[in-house]
Design a binder for this molecule. Structure first.
Ligand code: HEC
Length: 117
């Protein structure tokens, strides 16, 4: 369906909704939902291909800000825009928390395409 309607919320509004929801400890929900990200980002959010950013072991708010930029269309990458549109705010927070708590030692394991950081 074109044009893709990227956002019903502005970036600032979305961030003001999701940022305060970050919990001290990640939920199981995040681990389960992160499954949808692993085909590209690897099981631990490690570098899976040249040019692919590492998302494991990073600050949850920083990850959420990047995710919100894709969700609102401020940052453009077709796969990421669609991925973020498929998530509600609570799911975004759960997933960001999951990747944030990844042990950095795991980031050196190769991803599905064999590229390690
Ligand atoms: C189809 C492949 C694909 C899937 C599935 C995918 N991503 Fe991505 N993601 C990418 C690519 C490629 C980039 C880099 C885009 C760019 O910089 O243009 C990216 C970038 C990101 C970034 C920005 C990191 C940075 O430092 O700039 C975050 C955060 C992210 N993805 C989170 C997720 C999450 C969370 C999921 C699952 C809900 C997910 N991605 C699913 C391919 C994917």
């Amino acid at each position: 369906m074109y044009p893709l309607r990227l956002a019903s919320l502005s970036l600032a509004t979305l961030l003001s909704v999701v940022s305060p929801l970050v919990h001290a400890a990640p939920t199981d929900e995040g681990r389960l939902l992160a499954y949808t990200c692993t085909a590209c980002h690897g099981q631990h959010g490690q570098k899976t291909a040249p040019g692919m950013p590492v998302i494991g072991g990073r600050d949850a708010h920083e990850l959420l800000a990047a995710m919100a930029r894709f969700r609102t269309g401020k940052r453009w990458h077709p796969a990421m825009n669609v991925m973020m549109l498929s998530l509600d705010e609570a799911a975004m927070v759960d997933i960001a928390e999951y990747f944030a708590q990844i042990d950095p030692a795991l980031l050196h394991r190769p991803g599905p395409y064999g590229v390690a950081r």
